[in-house]
Design a protein around this ligand. Structure first.
Ligand SMILES: [Zn+2]
Ligand SMILES: [Zn+2]
Ligand SMILES: [Zn+2]
Length: 763
């Protein structure tokens, strides 16, 4: 390791180095680990929390120091995450021992912000051990696990600035807390049954037994967790699941399910090695898996192809899942699309009427964090909802910003992001800002992030869409300078931020809708993108959607528009397309007339709308219960098929047009001929991949080779993403969203990157 030999003078028998470690290294048991490592390697010196992470001053043989640096970089035990290790010279006499010492110098509060961590195996063992003093204790944790972000009331992070402040440690807990050799050394939420938080339920006897009994009886139980209150019911009982749907006001969206262990998960879904690793990670997210059958009620995930599973991530969950013998639906405790409840009184008032029992406790939740959602795509996890377990871990950007930036995100799946120096801190998931309470949660989320980071940004970025709640907030923020960022520019920039890409890239931005700035909705775009600007190279031929917003749920309207356009005045075989039998004739004719005259029709380039329209045709389904439902069902229906449909890349237009009309005619012919739906869906996916790559190839001819970035909600479609990745030629580098969501949850960090570059460019 060159860095070490540079820093070591002369290579004598003993040398000294100063090591600076950045990343997620405070409040996670990192210093005790360094202490053990140093003792093992015979190194003397000290370790302490510093302004940018952890500092180590080490004296030892050159070989031992090299090993130390190597192991610091590569072996940090989870949940610690080492981002950067720098080695410098150290000029001082060697001390006699190796010690953990108090923090030195000014302490940047934000360094110590750590996400919540799923309960570790050591703590689970103690909770299950009848001889342990934490047997059956629902709030057991250690430096490797437990709540962090969601209990932090201020910064810097220590017990007095958490919702544990009201609980004073008993002698036994205090001894653990003070002992550098103990797993609970400086574990801020450290607690035991004698001194820590307690469960309660409005029922006699043990609260967990009472909750289990209510669940067994088909009841709905509100369970106060880490980042909010969940609603739970027996996932195998149809009646219970239907009752939950009715009471929550959620018609068709799938519910997530918590299973007791990996074995139970494997009975319900197919799980590969990457998916297993995601389930078992300290984030403990909901992992979207392909369903295998089993005992779940069909009403849990009505579309049937995929299922979101998660493992218990608190001792309370472990205790509850051991007591009941079935998997639990575990969904955000709210009414449809409102923010998850965190306040005890609000939860009781709002959820009380819809639950049979409230299983609660006396540790307040300081910050909201919904469960995160990931899906494994092309062998690695991509985060769809980046919330509990991720926030507030920052993402390091390719360059520094001169002053802090706030980016306000999109309207749907909203998150916000604040950049300080070269670190981007994204908020927890806020959701759909159409709802008043979510819009309030959005402003609270901004306040919370600002107070945690100790900044009030004067540069505020948002989408260009004038009607977004986030845009209006950004524009009216007092004393701030507004930077508008085009939606698909932000999608591509989010992936550039994650992978620290600088310079020009080609970006395929595929989603359901995004304000294009030219009066049309974009979303089937090949863009040339830098952090500062974009140009539109190619786009999908616009689809004229009759009835605007109605077309999002009445997807037969898009199908009508698609087929009408594709047949170019020739009569399509309407009578042989069973989809249209399900639409009243009068309604269909009225919409056809709107379409013919282009009255009340909105042009959209969005691939998501093409997916909806084709799914409606192929699945004979006129309606979608929620946005993206039909497109997901279409992906689920698709089988591997070598075939594809023709398309035209019209380079005489500006931007070039990807014209799928010949393909749609062939697809309709397939349907009329009775081809299996799975083959038609497979061929459609192939076609989109081929058409996009043809546009990329043409752009490469015209502008030279550049990295290719894929982003936008359509890349949550694993089949589409994998086809594009498999289809590129060997010389092409491709970047996909992994640590930022490809959907609109990733918009805020993309806006922040663009705003930073714009300010640096002096625009
Ligand atoms: Zn633990
Ligand atoms: Zn105690
Ligand atoms: Zn989007």
């Amino acid at each position: 390791m060159g860095l070490v030999s540079d820093a070591i003078d002369g290579g004598g028998p003993s040398a000294a180095v100063a090591i600076e470690i950045e990343g997620l290294v405070q409040g996670v048991g990192f210093r005790p680990w360094v202490h053990r490592l140093a003792l093992e390697l015979g190194i003397r010196g000290r370790v302490f929390n510093g302004p940018r992470g952890v500092s180590v001053q080490a004296h030892g043989t050159p070989a031992a120091l090299e090993t130390l640096v190597e192991r610091l970089s590569g072996e940090a035990p989870p949940p610690a995450l080492v981002d950067r290790v720098q080695v410098g010279t150290l000029d001082e006499a060697a001390p006699a021992t190796f010690r953990i010492v108090r923090s030195q110098g000014t302490h940047a509060a934000r360094v110590a912000l750590v996400p919540d961590q799923a309960t570790c195996p050591d703590c689970i063992r103690q909770v299950r051990d009848p001889t342990d003093r934490r047997f059956g204790y629902a709030f057991t944790n250690c430096t490797a696990c437990g709540p962090r972000y969601t209990i932090a009331t201020g910064a810097p992070y220590d017990r007095t600035r958490t919702t544990m402040a009201a609980f004073s440690m008993c002698g036994a807990c205090q001894t653990e807390y003070d002992d550098v050799e103990d797993r609970r050394f400086h574990a801020q939420p450290n607690a035991c049954p004698r001194c820590g938080p307690q469960l309660h339920a409005a029922a006699t006897g043990d609260p967990i037994l009472a909750a289990a009994a209510a669940l067994r009886a088909g009841g709905i139980v509100a369970v106060k967790g880490i980042g909010g209150v969940h609603l739970a019911c027996d996932a195998t009982q149809d009646d219970a699941v239907l009752r939950l749907r009715a009471r929550k006001g959620r018609d068709t969206k799938p519910f997530a399910v918590m299973v007791r262990d990996l074995g139970e998960a494997a009975r319900l879904a197919h799980i590969d090695a990457a998916e297993q690793a995601a389930l078992l990670s300290a984030v403990a997210p909901i992992v979207l898996l392909s369903r295998r059958g089993g005992t779940l009620s069909e009403h849990v995930a009505p579309d049937g192809h995929s299922i979101g599973l998660m493992l218990p991530y608190t001792p309370l969950h472990h205790l509850l899942l051991r007591e009941v013998t079935f998997p639990l639906v575990l969904t955000s405790g709210n009414r449809a699309d409102e923010p998850i409840e965190i306040d005890d009184d609000e939860a009781a008032a709002r959820l009380g009427p819809i639950v049979d029992l409230l299983l609660s406790h006396d540790r307040p939740i300081a910050r909201r964090a919904d469960d995160s959602v990931v899906r494994v795509i092309a062998g690695a996890p991509t985060v769809f909802r980046r919330s509990r377990g991720y926030v507030p871990r920052p993402i390091r950007l390719p360059s520094r910003v001169a002053e802090p930036i706030l980016a306000c995100g999109a309207q749907l799946k909203n998150t916000v992001c604040i950049v300080v120096d070269d670190l981007a801190y994204c908020s927890a998931h806020h959701g759909n800002l159409d709802h008043v309470r979510t819009a309030e949660a959005f402003e609270e989320g901004i306040e919370a992030l600002q107070s945690l980071l100790g900044v009030t940004p004067k540069i505020v970025a948002s989408d260009l869409h004038p009607d977004f709640v986030s845009t209006r907030y950004a524009k009216r923020r007092a004393g701030a300078r507004w930077v508008g960022v085009q939606h698909h520019h932000a999608h591509i920039a989010s992936v550039m931020a994650e992978h620290r890409l600088q310079g020009d890239v080609f970006g395929l931005a595929f989603d359901g809708a995004g304000y294009g700035g030219d009066g049309t909705s974009w979303g089937g775009e090949l863009l040339s993108v830098s952090a500062r600007g974009l140009s539109r190279l190619a786009t999908l031929r616009p689809l004229w959607l009759p009835g605007g917003d109605a077309a999002v749920t009445e997807i037969w309207r898009g199908a009508l528009a698609l087929v009408t356009d594709a047949f170019e005045g020739q009569p399509p075989p309407w009578s042989q397309l069973p989809l249209f039998d399900q639409v009243p004739v009068g309604k269909r004719e009225a919409v056809a007339q709107l379409l013919e005259r282009r009255v009340c029709c909105t042009p959209t380039h969005a691939l998501g709308r093409y997916f909806d329209a084709v799914a409606a045709l192929g699945l004979r389904r006129p309606l979608a219960g929620h946005e993206g439902q039909a497109a997901m069902a279409w992906e689920g229906a698709a089988a591997d098929d070598p075939g594809d449909y023709p398309f035209v890349l019209d380079v005489s237009m500006s931007p070039w047009q990807i014209d799928l009309r010949p393909g749609i005619r062939a697809l309709v012919a397939d349907l009329v001929a009775g081809a299996p739906t799975s083959a038609v869906a497979g061929r459609f996916h192939n076609t989109i991949a081929h058409a996009s790559l043809a546009a990329v190839a043409r752009a490469t001819e015209a502008y030279g080779r550049r990295p290719l970035v894929l982003s936008g909600g359509c890349f949550q479609n694993a089949r589409l993403t994998e086809h594009v990745l498999e289809g590129v030629d060997a010389a092409q580098t491709v970047f996909v969203a992994r640590d930022v969501p490809p959907g609109d949850g990733g918009i805020s960090i993309g806006q922040a990157l663009v705003a930073g570059a714009t300010m640096a460019g002096g625009h």
